[in-house]
Design a protein around this ligand. Sequence first.
Ligand SMILES: Nc1ncnc2c1ncn2[C@@H]1O[C@H](COP(=O)(O)OP(=O)(O)O)[C@@H](O)[C@H]1O
Ligand SMILES: [Mg+2]
Length: 261
Amino acid sequence: MGKSVLSASIAAYFAARGRTLLVDADLGMGNAHILQGVKPRASLVDFIEGEHTIGDIRTSCGEGLDLLAGGSGIPHMALLQREDRARLSEQLAELEVAYKFLLLDSAAGISSQTMSFAAAADRLLLILTPDVTSMTDAYGFLKVHNQVRPAGEALFVVNRAGDEEQAHKTADRFREVSEQFLGVQPRWLGFLPEDPAVSASVNQRTPLILNDSDSPAGRALSGISGQLFSELECLSPRGLGRSMRSVAGGGSLWSATGRRT
Ligand SMILES: Nc1ncnc2c1ncn2[C@@H]1O[C@H](COP(=O)(O)OP(=O)(O)O)[C@@H](O)[C@H]1O
Ligand SMILES: [Mg+2]
């Protein structure tokens, strides 16, 4: 839990450093637009229904940041058909050249759609909480992901930690099981404490990093965003649209956990 909250703030952080496109890849229950405080005229659901190009459905979220809104309440959109995916990747490949960073806010679960988007991203960021169920979901995601990409490149964040000790225990455990059963060690970027400033920022419809950067979770998010920024600056981007075409620009980042709670 925390994919959308983290994506919203990481997007704001990136946008201050290079033109950024946030893609709400949750076509069933997308809410990235709410967290950015914008009202999109159209969403990816409209794009898939064939009424718009992908450029038409872009919503500006302010200086340096655009959003491709997901969709909501349309269950059959939760899974894209092969031809929809092809059209999406074609048009994304054209659009992404205008951006330094592409950030995808994932839907929960391990659907083939979620996994293929994740496989196409330059980096995968898993978000897990100290709950055992969250750890199991994150592990399940990594296991499937590892079949197409070396999961050792995956990054993770512990969200909603009660304290630093709990965060460390959670991270150690996740690295242990990943090492033991998959032979990979995802890299831990840090943790966000449980913090009322998070839901306050959600209710304000403003990314936490802009709304309350001095809160404990806000400070942690700045640090994590900075690490991600350095990470993506150093790699040569494959291009999300281009990679999707071949199998899911600057760099692209995919945030995911297994479970919607
Ligand atoms: N670190 C945190 N501290 C307190 N509440 C949090 C924290 N992270 C997430 N939440 C709560 O969880 C809710 C769901 O988070 P969200 O990012 O939308 O989940 P996801 O996108 O993974 O489904 C938020 O609206 C917020 O209220
Ligand atoms: Mg979400």
